[in-house]
Design a protein around this ligand. Structure first.
Ligand SMILES: NC(=O)c1ccc[n+]([C@@H]2O[C@H](COP(=O)([O-])OP(=O)(O)OC[C@H]3O[C@@H](n4cnc5c(N)ncnc54)[C@H](OP(=O)(O)O)[C@@H]3O)[C@@H](O)[C@H]2O)c1
Length: 222
């Protein structure tokens, strides 16, 4: 497990070890701060070199709801690094190890429905997720002898930090089940039926309606 908060990871890993009798490993890394593939190799890939990795989940991501005027330069750089740069750089850092494996490896990125729909107050996020999802599709073509690369274009999930409430919200369990069913089969998928409905309705909304929805969320947040 790779994230920023060591104590939080230790808590989750203890639960996982006790529930499933597996071993876990914790690596502290802030993806908004890593700026080179060499650093990803040093901080992450070299620490897992002895492990037999069958699945890589590039899940970390997110963004505040704000227009490009209101986001600071640091915030825009952080959003881009977290959602777009980290999946590419970390995949490249892990690639020698993944492609040496005799069995196939799944590389899954959590993208977003918003990778398919440009949204006001989410411009850096939408475009970063779109770029990351495109990377995964192309990566699959380049590496399909070894890897099943797959972009989960996730919809709204009721996590602790959920950005807003909408009707199609899935529980984390429903959402993850929707993601897993398509690993090895699809290159991109919305996952659960709820997320598929959310995607269809969002993609087909008139642009002015979507803009109004996003602006009202923005106003509510501020
Ligand atoms: N929740 C939704 O409704 C929704 C909808 C569509 C797509 N998504 C996508 O789903 C993914 C997970 O979202 P979530 O809502 O579960 O987010 P979350 O609750 O913030 O969880 C994200 C995970 O990534 C880690 N993380 C966050 N920022 C990080 C950073 N800078 N460096 C390293 N690790 C970091 C967090 O751990 P630490 O805080 O310890 O670092 C946490 O374990 C994201 O890619 C998000 O864009 C979510």
């Amino acid at each position: 497990m790779v994230a920023r908060d060591e104590a939080k990871m230790a808590h989750h890993c203890l639960n996982i070890e006790q529930t499933y009798s597996v071993k876990t490993k914790i690596i502290v890394c802030d993806f908004t701060k890593v700026v080179s593939i060499a650093d990803y190799t040093r901080i992450v890939a070299n620490q897992v070199i002895e492990l037999d990795i069958s699945m890589v989940f590039l899940n970390a991501g997110g963004s505040p709801l704000a227009t490009i005027y209101d986001l600071g330069d640091d915030q825009i750089q952080a959003i881009t690094r977290l959602n777009y740069v980290h999946p590419i750089y970390l995949t490249k850092a892990l690639l020698p190890q993944l492609t040496r494996r005799s069995k196939r490896v799944a590389v899954v990125i959590t993208s977003s429905v918003s990778s398919k729909v440009p949204m006001v107050a989410f411009s850096a996020y939408c475009s970063s997720k779109a770029g990351a999802a495109q990377f995964i599709e192309a990566l699959h073509e380049e590496t399909k002898q070894h890897l099943d690369a797959y972009s989960w274009d996730c919809g709204v999930v009721a996590t602790k930090k959920k950005p807003f409430k909408v009707g199609f919200r899935s529980s984390p369990t429903q959402a993850v089940a929707g993601c897993f069913k398509d690993i090895g089969c699809e290159r991109r998928s919305f996952g659960s039926w709820k997320h598929e409905l959310e995607a269809i309705s969002t993609i087909n909304l008139p642009k002015w309606v979507l803009k109004r929805i996003m602006m009202s969320r923005l106003l509510k947040n501020n």
